[in-house]
Design a protein around this ligand. Sequence first.
Ligand SMILES: [Zn+2]
Length: 88
Amino acid sequence: MGAALRKQVYKKTNGRCAFCNMKLTLNKLNRGSENQRMTIDHIIPKSKGGESILDNYQPLCTRCNQCKGSLLEDEMEVKTWMIKLKQK
Ligand SMILES: [Zn+2]
């Protein structure tokens, strides 16, 4: 993924994790804890037909991304996250 697209995803939530609202760092070289680095998450997983487009991306901190990984099978959870993102 290109740097420009990463920045667009970052801006969607004003640089905060879409789930826990923690301030994230866009640049890998920034200081800060490992957990604060932005990871790009597919709101609807590719395995469930989610597209690789900006609308389907959200920034997550490392911890939430790992946490979401264990929730992927819960369809309701995914929908909740989508609604949350649209309300921003
Ligand atoms: Zn988070």
